[in-house]
Write a protein that binds this ligand. Structure first.
Ligand SMILES: [Zn+2]
Length: 144
């Protein structure tokens, strides 16, 4: 369901139908014997009738087009709005989302110094652990 297409279609369907109906009713008037007589003898009536024919044709086309748009709006899948994925992996570039180019985390002076630190040892099992370890990799107890 696409609301905008459906609404536009419905609008043209109604407008087209009104124009068509007006032209059609005028044409119907000339179907009577009196109308036929008028068509045969009056140039003005002939012109009036031709205008009505054009009117009903235009109205019919408008109504059909409107109906088609209406139908399309009713059955078409709604436009998929791309939502920003979590984690901010994507950046908006105009109308599309693009994956951010992977950037390695900046190494702060602190992390560099930590890596060069002496390894620590578990207080419980004396396992050698990386300096930034929170829990012992061997016994699972809290390091330090
Ligand atoms: Zn341990």
């Amino acid at each position: 369901m696409r609301v905008s297409e459906f609404a536009i279609g419905a609008f043209f369907l109604i407008i087209g139908f009104i124009i068509f109906w007006h032209g059609y009713s005028v044409m119907q008037l000339y179907q009577s014997p009196l109308g036929q007589l008028g068509l045969a003898y009056s140039e003005e009536a002939k012109e009036h009738y031709e205008n009505a024919q054009i009117e009903s044709t235009i109205g019919g086309v408008l109504a059909l087009g409107g109906f088609a748009a209406c139908l399309y709006g009713a059955v078409a899948e709604p436009k998929k709005e791309k939502v920003e994925p979590s984690g901010k992996e994507y950046e908006r570039h105009g109308l599309t989302w693009e994956r951010k180019t992977a950037q390695p985390p900046k190494q702060t002076e602190e992390s560099v110094s930590q890596e060069t630190k002496e390894p620590i040892y578990c207080l419980y099992c004396k396992e050698k652990l990386p300096s930034d370890a929170v829990y012992c990799l061997k016994c699972g107890k809290k390091a330090e």
